[in-house]
Design a protein. Structure first.
Lengths: 208, 385
């Protein structure tokens, strides 16, 4: 059995995906006691998990240090990496949308958009033929319209609670997001049997 | 931007001695196999016209290094070797000798946007077999690529083979127009199963055939391809028979376990018109090389002939084979002025015996011990001894 290295985002996605794998019949360690561990081994299945920042998963997979990975579609849209997208896992469902203060049109002179996803945002506004200035931020994007840094934000919305609590409203939905199973092109060919098996096992779980 | 003295332009690399040495070995090993198979090596210029090679190369425009010559013509640093060789083959000189077998080991240039460290200049080693549209030519280049890799001690290489023309015919059979086919192609190139499955639902495909259509993406043997072949379509059946024949030849040559036949396999290089393949090896996360049939590219140079070939990326091969750094015999002779003549004679004698010798005037060395540690043997010819 080929050894398989899987890159996963820390936190919620990892837990959901881990559960999905267990349901799919993989014999993984029950207790993940130390949450600060960066590498988790599942010797019974000859699988190793690498836990990383969500944004970094496609980079690990593209370079082949992880054979497969689980990454949000948002990350894949933002970082255009050479990886194979094998399966929509249907977990961590959310979407990218534009939002802002209620009833405020875009500033006509200098329309500004704050976002963690500069590429997605710029593509979206270019596609609409609108010229905007993109301001890249790393977190607390909701602050931007509240303090007048930007008229709109482009960000992930899952429940809409964060927007509401900060007095913001959603304007347009850009794209639906779920977690995807991605593979390194070389690993996909060299470990094809194991990887397609995993895809099929997960597909059954994901479609339930 | 201020540039530090030791900096190089984005994507350019220095080859330090141990890499340069490895490369030289790789080059002589690889080109020997290529020549043995009847190919002649050639070199083409580093600069080509943008209008010809630049546009035909199928490398994205923003990946080309462009410059102007003194006449105001736009030039490019050659982004690949296939199109310059096609240009050469189309010239009068070689037209009469078809089929021609040409091999190369050359550097090519592709500008990098992402992560500055990626190489923008790298060497490629490969062959082009021009003027033969039989499947024996296709088989020949695949087997040759396999032999080159085997000779470099890359044992775990794997080939993935597809067929763009057959795929095109099959997609047309599903009633798709060219625009829709392009969309399917791009999902196939990036192996985007998720995108492909949702695309399949939007395409005007009969619901009864949807499952079969989605299955296009997951084949690994030639036999599996048969389900989409229309027995009444002679073009399809003859291409399919060709694939079966190719498989037999490859199996006979020892590649049975090294090949995957994936009908959806496709290249982003748009000039491929028939069989296409890519090769992978354990140890590199990126493909080692690729190849295929590109009759369409020859047509752009005004030549109606078949052509096929492969190119291997030397930098990726090095990544795999550089693991073993063997210690070689290298003798250091340290001498001072009184021993000058003796040292020179000794060096000449040893070199004559085939030993690699560095002759060094001892007082010029700052740290004798550290310097000596770089050699397997040290002869000190100093003082009165």
């Amino acid at each position: 059995m080929d050894a398989l290295t899987i890159a996963m985002p820390k936190g919620r996605i990892f837990e959901e995906a881990y559960e999905l794998l267990v349901k799919a019949g993989y014999d993984l360690p029950k207790e993940l006691d130390d949450s600060r561990k960066l590498i988790v081994e599942a010797p019974n299945e000859n699988i190793r998990f690498i836990l990383s920042k969500p944004m970094d998963v496609p980079a690990y997979v593209e370079h082949g240090v992880a054979d497969i990975g689980i990454a949000g579609k948002d990350v894949m849209l933002e970082h255009d990496r050479d990886v194979y997208e094998l399966l929509d896992l249907g977990i961590s469902r959310c979407y990218i949308a534009t939002a802002g203060m209620p009833d405020t049109p875009m500033n006509e002179v200098t329309p500004r958009v704050a976002t963690k996803y500069p590429k997605v945002a710029s593509q979206y506004y270019r596609g609409k033929g609108e010229q905007v200035e993109i301001i890249e931020l790393n977190g607390s994007i909701e602050l931007a319209p509240m303090i007048g840094l930007a008229d709109r934000i482009v960000d992930i919305v899952s429940t809409g609670k964060t927007l509401k609590e900060n007095g913001l409203v959603e304007y347009e939905k850009i794209v639906d997001i779920t977690s995807r199973l991605i593979a390194n092109p070389v690993s996909y060919r060299l470990k094809q049997k194991r990887i397609t098996e995993l895809v099929e096992n997960l597909r059954k779980q994901a479609s339930l | 931007m201020t540039i530090q003295m030791f900096e190089k332009p984005l994507g350019m690399r220095d080859d330090f001695p141990f890499i340069a040495k490895k490369k030289a070995e790789l080059r002589s090993n690889g080109t020997a196999i290529i020549q043995q198979a009847g190919y002649d090596l050639l070199q083409t210029p580093t600069l080509e016209y943008y209008e010809t090679v630049g546009k035909i190369s199928a490398i994205a425009d923003n990946a080309l290094f462009k410059l102007l010559d003194s006449q105001g013509e736009t030039l490019v640093l050659r982004p690949d070797m296939t199109s310059p060789i096609a240009r050469v083959a189309a010239s009068k000189l070689l037209k009469e000798k078809m089929p021609v077998r040409l091999g190369y080991y050359s550097n090519v240039f592709r500008a990098q946007k992402r992560e500055g460290g990626r190489p923008a200049e790298f060497e490629q080693m490969g062959v082009e077999l021009i003027g033969d549209d039989s499947l024996y030519a296709d088989a020949e280049v695949i087997i040759l690529a396999w032999n080159v890799l085997k000779n470099l001690d890359i044992k775990s290489s794997r080939f993935v083979i597809g067929h763009t023309q057959l795929l095109q015919l099959i997609l047309e059979d599903f009633g798709l127009d060219q625009e829709q086919i392009e969309k399917v192609h791009s999902a196939f190139v990036s192996k985007n199963s998720v995108g492909f499955e949702s695309l399949a639902k939007q395409l005007p495909i009969e619901p009864s055939r949807l499952e079969s259509f989605v299955g296009l993406m997951s084949t690994s043997t030639v036999e599996e391809w048969q389900q989409w072949i229309d027995p009444a379509n002679t073009k399809q059946t003859s291409l399919f028979e060709g694939m079966k024949k190719l498989k037999t030849i490859l199996e006979r040559s020892g590649l049975a376990d090294a090949v995957t036949y994936d009908l959806s396999f496709n290249s982003h290089m748009t000039y491929y018109t028939g069989l296409v393949f890519e090769v992978y090896g354990a140890g590199s996360g990126f493909p080692l090389g690729n190849g295929g049939r590109y009759d369409g590219l020859m047509k752009q140079f005004g030549l109606q002939v078949g052509a096929t070939g492969f190119g291997l990326r030397v930098d990726r091969l090095l990544e795999i084979i550089s693991a073993d750094a063997e210690q070689e015999n290298h003798t250091l002779i340290l001498f001072d002025e009184p021993n000058e003549e003796r040292a020179f004679d000794k060096a000449q004698k040893l070199r004559g015996e085939g030993v690699r010798v560095t002759l060094q005037f001892a007082p010029a060395v700052l740290a004798i011990d550290e310097f000596s540690a770089l050699f397997s043997d040290v002869l000190r010819m100093e003082g009165a001894n």
